[in-house]
Every structure is written in structure tokens, then in C-alpha cells.
Design a protein around this ligand. Structure first.
Ligand SMILES: Cc1cc2nc3c(=O)[nH]c(=O)nc-3n(C[C@H](O)[C@H](O)[C@H](O)COP(=O)(O)OP(=O)(O)OC[C@H]3O[C@@H](n4cnc5c(N)ncnc54)[C@H](O)[C@@H]3O)c2cc1C
Length: 456
């Protein structure tokens, strides 16, 4: 009797360089390729709206890619601890394979690994979505790194050995009941706010590779302009990485392979950014409460202000009267993305000029970014707040006016998102006094330090 292999896909929605899928095909039995929408298991953080939008199209692209090689995708919904064993029982599967994840959901995977094995099912997990497993990059004392530079240096010393795996050219999938994707309601209906997202984003594995190629061939040479939001200088790969439509290993090999000699330095800078992604996942692995708690406990005593809701709404809606902040927040709302430099400036404005707890901003980005992910979003918010691992010092407060002068010198980015500036219809004053609120922020920091613990 046959004993199919269940491949349980999570944030790895690709056919190429997918070790769990590859091993399942190698096993030689038919394969049940499952995506489970789990919003209910303990420790699962419900997805934000923009990410759900992307997920819908990513899953439909994956289903089409599987159909093209003779297979099909099974969609199920519910808590993993009940649903995965149910699928195993329905299909009489003999093995379950998945690619590892690194946040709190690891507990679910560990529980299932134990219970399935007890029931005589073979279970294997694989490294797919990071270049380096967090537990393999350790200090001399064997602990995790709290500082990025030595972390990345150690990664580079370990090196990357494996070649990316090819996508299967055919697959024999095992039939199983599946939900209809539309019934999940991942797309917005009333109101349909996704017009800008549709214009700017192209989910799916093929589009991810097209983007990587275009970046390598046409944009990488410009990567040293990556801090300028008005210039196309970065890869735009973050949502593709978020959903695992391509792997960091594929990017690594593209960047160390056929690259123009003059772009080598830029390729190394770009890979260093991927290194931050690795570092943030390592931090998440060691500190799964990353979006809920200060990584540095000294910040638990930070005296956040009782900022009125209308000021926070002005920030969310891009109506603060600070052009670079408003431009960024409008870009985010319209496209589901925001340039990295502007993410830092808008986050700093909320945390330091409005004295609002970073978790409020993190939650807004979580809901509105198409690349919102459980490591990079909270880690970067904590970086700006000063409460994170290897964070910017709290007392370094971004001045959004000087930032605009330096990084958007011709106003190209600001004019695109805040056109009323030209017509002089823009508020003459920001909602807060930038100089006074900066002094208040530094005072609040001193209060925290004086409360008994040191910030470091
Ligand atoms: C407040 C704030 C919130 C953020 N939230 C997220 C998030 O939810 N998801 C997310 O992927 N990135 C987040 N970032 C990091 C960064 O802004 C984006 O990764 C980047 O803008 C994506 O654009 P790109 O792919 O063109 O970047 P590129 O410059 O082309 O970089 C290549 C890849 O490296 C990684 N990377 C780059 N910068 C960082 C960084 N600072 N930290 C971690 N990884 C990085 C991303 O995977 C990115 O796709 C956040 C930054 C800030 C300041």
C-alpha cells in the first residue's frame, strides 16, 4: 500500500530550492502539498491585512505552478495540532516534511513532531528560509550574538556551501479535499483599499525571480544610492522573502555568481542587509516575545507620554505636517511598502517626537506592510526605539527635516506623495514642535535611566 508524503508549506511558497518538497519527491511516494491557514493556534500572531492580500495571490500562483507540473495544492484552515494529523489520517500518509520556522510557532512544530512520530509517522524538518540556523552562529562562549557585526563576520566565516535545489519538473500529488481560496476572504471587499497594492506588487515565485534578475542586471550598480527614497536603488525583494517565494540561498548564489566586477562591493553591501534579516531571525529565535516585550528590560521603565489618539491617527494617515513623515506614511498606506530610510524616520517620529510606545507603531506596520514579518518588523522597531539588540542609541533622534534635505535633496520623493506642498495647501506647522519634543524625549530617557536600571 502506498504511504504518501505530506509537505506542509508555511512561509516557503515556492517550488525551487524547497528542501521539504524536494525530499518528498525523492521519497518516491505521492505527495500531499498542503498550506494551512492557522490563525488560532497558541502563539500564532494573526496576519495583517496587507500580508493577507499578498498571501492570496502567492497561493494562487503556487497552485498554478503546481498544476503546470501535474500536481495540486491542498488548502486547509484551522489549528495545526488538529489539522495536520487529520490530513495524515485521511491520506494514510507515512511521512510529513516541512521547512523550519523560528518564532513561537516552533512549539507547535515540536509538539507535532513528537506526536506524529509516536504514531509511527516519519517526520523531517529542513533549513530553507535562512542561510544560517540561529543555533549554529554562536559566540566563543556558545551563546547568541547580541551585536550584528561579529554575528555577520562569523556567518561569513562559516560560509555557504549548499547549492540551491532545482524545482521538480513533475509531481504526483495525492488527492485530498481542499478549501476554495476565495472562501478564505483574504482580499478586502468593502471598501476595496487594495488598488495601490495591485499596481505596485506582483506576488509569486516567477515574479520574485524576475525581480531578482532585474535587480542584479539593472539596479545593483546603483545600490550605493539605497538611502535615497526618490531613487530606484534597492531590490524590492522583501515581500518575496517574507513568503519564501525565493530563498536567501538563491539570492546569495545570484549575488556571488555572474555579477559585473564593478558591482561586487555593492553585492557585498546588499548581502549584509540580508545578514540583518538573519540576525533578526536569530534574535527572534532566542527571544520569541520580540513584538511584545522590550529586548532590553531597562526600557520597561520608559515613561511613554499619554499622546492623544488624534496625533497617532495623524501619523497613521500622513497628516503630521512633517513632509518626509507624511510622504512615508502615505506611501505605506497606498502601496503596502515604504523605503527603509523613511521607515526609520517615521518610526523615530512616532517614538521620539510623539513619545508613543514602539509597539503601537509596530502594530500599524504589521497591518499595512506587505513584507511585515515576525522578526524584521519588531526587531527594526526596537532598533529605532533603542530597546532592541544592537539598537540605535535612544538619544540619537532623527531630525526629519534634515533627513529630507540629505536623502531627498531634490524633493522627488516628497513631491510624489505630498503634492499639495507645491500648491501651498500644506499645514504651515507640524503637529508637534520638533525641537521641544526632542528635548522631551531626551528627558524621558534620562528619567528611565534614573529609575534604577541602566539602558545597556
Ligand atoms: C521600522 C521598520 C520596520 C521594518 N519592518 C520590516 C518588515 O516587517 N519586514 C521586512 O522585511 N523588513 C522590514 N524593515 C527593514 C527594511 O526596511 C526592509 O527590509 C527594506 O526596506 C525592504 O526593501 P528592499 O527589499 O528593497 O531592501 P534591500 O535593500 O534590497 O535589502 C535586501 C533584503 O535585505 C533585508 N533587509 C534589508 N534591510 C533590512 C533591515 N533593516 N532589517 C532586516 N532585514 C533587512 C530584506 O529582506 C530585504 O529584502 C523595517 C525597517 C524599519 C526601520
Amino acid at each position: 500500500m502506498s504511504s504518501p508524503t505530506v509537505v506542509w508549506l508555511r512561509d516557503d511558497l515556492r517550488l525551487a530550492d524547497n528542501p521539504a518538497l524536494h525530499a518528498a519527491v525523492q521519497r518516491g511516494e505521492s505527495v500531499v502539498v498542503v498550506y494551512l491557514l492557522d490563525e488560532v493556534s497558541p502563539g500564532i500572531r494573526p496576519l495583517g491585512a496587507a500580508v493577507k492580500w499578498w498571501l492570496h495571490y502567492s497561493l494562487s500562483a503556487l497552485a498554478a505552478d503546481l498544476a503546470a507540473i501535474g500536481g495540486s495544492l491542498v488548502l486547509r484552515r484551522g489549528d495545526a495540532a488538529a489539522q495536520i494529523p487529520r490530513i495524515v489520517a485521511e491520506t494514510h500518509a507515512g511521512a510529513v516534511y516541512w521547512n523550519r520556522r523560528y518564532g513561537r510557532a516552533r512549539d507547535i512544530d515540536a509538539g507535532l513532531k513528537g506526536s506524529l512520530r509516536d504514531a509511527g509517522v516519519e517526520v523531517q524538518s529542513f533549513r530553507a528560509n535562512l542561510l544560517f540556523e540561529p543555533w549554529t552562529v554562536t559566540t566563543r562562549e556558545g551563546g547568541p550574538y547580541g551585536v550584528f557585526t561579529p554575528f555577520w563576520k562569523t556567518c561569513l566565516e562559516i560560509g555557504v556551501s549548499r547549492q540551491p535545489l532545482e524545482a521538480p519538473t513533475s509531481i504526483a500529488t495525492h488527492a485530498a479535499a481542499s478549501d476554495d481560496l476565495d472562501s478564505w476572504g483574504l482580499l478586502p471587499t468593502h471598501p476595496d483599499w487594495a488598488g495601490g497594492l495591485r499596481e505596485d506588487n506582483r506576488p509569486g515565485e516567477h515574479n520574485a525571480h524576475e525581480r531578482l534578475e532585474r535587480f542584479a542586471e539593472e539596479v545593483l550598480a546603483n545600490y550605493d544610492a539605497r538611502d535615497q527614497p526618490g531613487v530606484e536603488a534597492t531590490s524590492g525583494l522583501s515581500p518575496h522573502l517574507r513568503f519564501g517565494e525565493l530563498s536567501p540561498l538563491q539570492i546569495w548564489h545570484r549575488m556571488t555568481g555572474a555579477i559585473d566586477a564593478s558591482s561586487r562591493v555593492n553585492a557585498a553591501s546588499f548581502l549584509r542587509e540580508l545578514g540583518w534579516r538573519e540576525f533578526n531571525y536569530s534574535t527572534l529565535y532566542n527571544f520569541p516575545e520580540l513584538h511584545e516585550r522590550n529586548y532590553r528590560p531597562a526600557f520597561d521603565a520608559f515613561p511613554w507620554a499619554d499622546t492623544p489618539e488624534w496625533e497617532i491617527d495623524a501619523w497613521r494617515q500622513g497628516r503630521t505636517g512633517v513632509p518626509l513623515v507624511d510622504a512615508g506614511m502615505r506611501e505605506l498606506w497606498t502601496t503596502g511598502s515604504m523605503h527603509n530610510r523613511v521607515r526609520m524616520v517615521t518610526a523615530s517620529f512616532l517614538i521620539k517626537n510623539l513619545l508613543v510606545d514602539w509597539r503601537v507603531g509596530e502594530a500599524w506596520f504589521w497591518d499595512t506592510l506587505v513584507d511585515a514579518d515576525e522578526a524584521n518588523n519588531p526587531a527594526n522597531w526596537q532598533w529605532v526605539a533603542g530597546s532592541g539588540a544592537d539598537a540605535a542609541p535612544y538619544f540619537r533622534v532623527f531630525n526629519p527635516v534634515l533627513q529630507a534635505k540629505k536623502f531627498d535633496p531634490h524633493g522627488r520623493y516628497i513631491r510624489r506623495w505630498v503634492p499639495e506642498l507645491e500648491a501651498a495647501e500644506y499645514p504651515p506647522e507640524p503637529i508637534v514642535d520638533l525641537a521641544q519634543s526632542r528635548r522631551d524625549a531626551l528627558q524621558a530617557y534620562e528619567t528611565m535611566k534614573a529609575s534604577g536600571q541602566t539602558a545597556d
